[in-house]
Design a protein around this ligand. Structure first.
Ligand code: HEC
Length: 120
């Protein structure tokens, strides 16, 4: 199963695929969790590793670990989001390669730059 398919099956019930920054205020009330484009952007920015390949490895590893063991002690989400949504429930019923592909997809599918841009 590819990353997007895992996302659709296991994550999309809570995480929207994408909410652009300029739509956030409008969409906020309908969210059950932070949208995945925002999570991808935040993790990539907060985890500071200068080598590109190692950066990808560390972010992907964090995501994999987080899905299995979400925690108050090391979330990187916005504090306000955690206060509002609470901590994510652990997802423990996926195959090992599904954790890997969905985490890689979250890293590769979104670009940090796109997030704030308005369509022309
Ligand atoms: C039942 C709802 C729910 C489902 C299903 C769910 N999540 Fe979450 N997720 C949340 C909430 C709420 C948060 C924000 C609070 C937090 O960070 O724990 C979150 C946060 C996250 C974060 C941010 C971690 C951080 O540092 O705070 C990642 C990454 C994530 N989810 C990945 C996934 C992936 C991948 C899936 C599917 C395999 C998934 N989630 C399924 C509710 C959900």
């Amino acid at each position: 199963m590819d990353g997007r398919a895992v996302f659709d099956k296991k994550c999309a019930s809570c995480h929207r695929y994408e909410v652009k920054k300029y739509d956030f205020a409008k969409e906020k009330h309908s969210l059950k969790a932070p949208p995945m484009n925002e999570i991808s952007r935040r993790l990539k920015k907060r985890i500071k590793v200068y080598d590109k390949d190692i950066h990808r490895f560390v972010v992907v590893s964090f995501i994999k670990e987080y899905i299995k063991h979400p925690s108050f002690t090391y979330y990187m989400c916005d504090d306000k989001a955690v206060a509002r949504f609470d901590i994510m429930p652990a997802i423990t019923d996926m195959r090992e390669e599904e954790y890997q592909t969905v985490a890689e997809w979250i890293y590769d599918n979104y670009s940090i730059e796109e997030y704030g841009k308005k369509p022309k």
